[in-house]
Design a protein around this ligand. Structure first.
Ligand code: ATP
Ligand code: MG
Length: 257
């Protein structure tokens, strides 16, 4: 699984970021449940353990709820602590919104099962320069096994030109790979488009999930597509998705319209 990723270190030559993790044995494919009812069964059981994945969609498509559900489910069902790094929404707002899904994030934080970290631009640059810094410390402290960055788009916009931006993203991926975590990175792209806006790093991640809010006539329905899942079988249909007070759910047996 880690094979493809060594490509990044060769390209960037960033040896300063630390030692390589030992390459896992061939065929090592432990799965990590997505926490989304209906989704694991159409993606060979979930994300690959310690892989880097993206959930991408337009405004209000449910990206943040999806990502938080991945963490909360991991804590509640698998006792796997998680870290949520936010570049946009304030922590207070996130906690308030997610409480509607019945997720008491403050309680999970007090139990050291979850950490929500608000990141400012200067902190991000420091993190990259230090090769992890505070985030690495938090991950070690709660022994996080799952991590979310909301959003990678906001992160990348902190860097002005395209080259610096791409380099920063690759540096970030290299840091994430050193942690014993399955990562889910939120990416924003324009709604309504079938085309998936490129951040130019899609080739570097293991999995990509797209969220849609599709319109047909005067009706709009939510939908989900698995665009990529490196080394695994996955369904190629677009599935209906719903957001309710219990979070996100997909319906593999049904049609979007
Ligand atoms: N309890 C609920 N029942 C049904 N739909 C809900 C519920 N709570 C939130 N939603 C829907 O979820 C959407 C917001 O989800 P979320 O914040 O995850 O989206 P997002 O893709 O992260 O948005 P943004 O691009 O603004 O960050 C809202 O637009 C709303 O329609
Ligand atoms: Mg969001």
């Amino acid at each position: 699984m880690k094979k493809g990723k060594h490509r990044i270190s060769i390209k960037t030559g960033k040896l300063r970021l630390g030692e390589e993790k030992p390459v896992k044995e061939k065929g090592y494919e432990e799965r990590v449940s997505t926490g989304i009812p209906g989704l694991d069964e159409v993606m060979s059981g979930g994300f690959e353990k310690n892989s880097i994945n993206m959930v991408s969609g337009g405004a209000g498509t449910g990206k943040s709820i999806f990502a938080m559900q991945f963490l909360v489910d991991g804590i509640q069902k698998f006792n796997e602590p998680g870290i949520f790094i936010t570049f946009e929404e304030e922590k207070e707002k996130i906690c308030k919104h997610m409480l509607k899904m019945g997720w008491d994030l403050k309680k999970l934080e007090s139990e050291n099962k979850l950490m929500i970290v608000e990141y400012s631009p200067d902190k991000v640059k420091k993190m990259l320069a230090e090769g992890g810094g505070e985030v690495e410390w938090v991950i070690g402290k709660i022994k996080a096994k799952r991590m979310v960055i909301d959003s990678l788009t906001a992160f990348s916009l902190l860097f002005k030109d395209e080259l610096t931006r791409r380099q920063a993203l690759l540096d970030l991926f290299r840091i994430i790979e050193r942690w014993d975590c399955t990562a889910l990175l939120v990416v924003e792209h324009e709604s309504e488009v079938e085309r998936h806006d490129s951040m130019d790093v899609e080739f570097e991640v293991d999995g990509i999930i797209l969220l849609y809010y599709l319109r047909k006539g005067d009706v709009r329905n939510r939908a989900l597509e698995i665009l990529k899942l490196r080394g695994s079988k996955h369904a190629s249909r677009i599935f209906p998705m719903k957001i309710t007070d219990e979070g996100v759910k997909i319906y593999p047996e049904e049609a979007v319209f």
